[in-house]
Design a protein around this ligand. Sequence first.
Ligand code: F6P
Length: 554
Amino acid sequence: MTARTEFEAALGSLRHYISERGDFNMAAAFHADKTRFERLSLRLDDLLFDFSKTSLDARTLALLENLAKAAGIEEKRAAMFAGDAINETECRPALHVALRAPEHQEIRLGGHNIIADVQAVLAEMAEFSDGVRGSQICGATGKAFTDIVNIGIGGSDLGPKMVTRALKPYHDGPTCHFVSNIDGADIADHLENLDPQTTLFIIVSKSFTTLETMSNARIARQWIVQKLGEGAVTKHFVAVSTAQGKVEDFGINNKHIFGFWNWVGGRMSVWSAVGLSVMLAIGAQAFRAFLSGAAAMDEHFLKQPLGANIPVVLGLIGFFHRVISAFPTRSVVPYEQRLRHLPAYLQQLDMESNGKRTCLDGKSSSLPTAPVVWGAAGTNAQHAFFQLLHQGSDIIPVEFILCAHGHEQYLQAEHNQLIANCLAQAQALMIGNSTQMVEDELITQGFAAAQAQKLAPHRTFPGNRPSLILLQDRLTPFSLGRLLALYEHRMFVEGVLFNINSFDQWGVELGKNLAAEIAPLLTGAPLTGESKLTQQDGSTAGLITHLRHRMEHF
Ligand code: F6P
């Protein structure tokens, strides 16, 4: 049997069991089995992963484990950690794990130990960050840097921004700002409040060609030149890139280029020099703790048996919900205000990685692949989209993220409310209530029977809706690193189950190329019948013509 036929057979057994089993009621399962919580939760130190509020049972878990084996998770995981070229369409490894590997470890690529390279760049980052934080490295007029502007987009923005915001209680360095959008409003709003003498720009782009980043970098450069003169550029700009030549052409001193490597995907790059803004905000030691948290999860992922392996089980549940239960989306709701940017980060991580329907063999997948990932921080989300989660027509599994402790000890009562709300939402999704219960309650409250009957369906919660909880002691550099590495490995596991290459992103190319053709049509000579406009589709041509008219007559 080929590996994929084995997978099909394992998937067939799982489907067969689920259809034979029929309806599954989570609340009833808890009544029937007092050990359900213990059996359907996993721990790694203070990290608890509770998946008991799902329709999984012991048999489903065993069948999912078989599926993971048949998909070759163990072999593919080993290949990723060994540096094999698992990103097949770009012929390169996906070695983000090397960025947080212990110093003494060796990973050889073409006979060369890349851990030594990683450590060398980390040392350069630490030296630079210590210099800026200690005011030994200053701006052109001798003033210390108070503000850092990270200019990047996608993985060169979402990771550092999310991590910097998440670790606010650890900030003892300059204030970090993040500019990403080609919309000039983004950089304009930032520059308005900044002092050029005390502002340092970090241009972060793996390729150093990305339209948005290059455009914002040019605007920032012009701003510095206008305010402080051309000579100030070398003092006020550093870059993070794999494209050294292009960075030098921009005018950045090669001493101020922090490198990384083409075996790091943008969406997994926050552990590299892409995280320079994080290091500037929290310091080199705390950044190392962030890497150690990820390394702890890497070790767990690598060594734990499949059924006790948190990223593997999380990935299997993701696959189960998408393929067996046919849930089209999943929601991530951190009950931690400082993790408010996590859903956007995970959108890129999951949807850019696994939002593909072509399998490794070039054929279209017969299975659904990545779900839509979305969410927002709780409790705010409760007042926005939880209505739909509880009573909407689609079932959407929710991933709750929670910490036992906040950082503000004097606000413990508020933190307890936060926890209570998180647990209550997960409970409500599961237990729901019946129309009869609601009707009885309304009558007890004094409603007439006919009115109670009319109102009850609107106040009924179907319940039996799945959710997961990831609970840690506190959001620290270490625990955040561990959480993000968990999500990276979960994405990898799902990609293996979907049988796709999670590490390329060809789907972003077409729109970029078309924008390059459309941009010149918005300015310049009046459009004529012979112009490139006629090569556009009817709708786009109509919109361009309308826009030209509105621009000219505004
Ligand atoms: O959106 C496509 C993409 O290539 C992402 O994968 C990446 O994170 C982002 O653009 C930015 O790319 P770069 O770091 O090369 O500017």
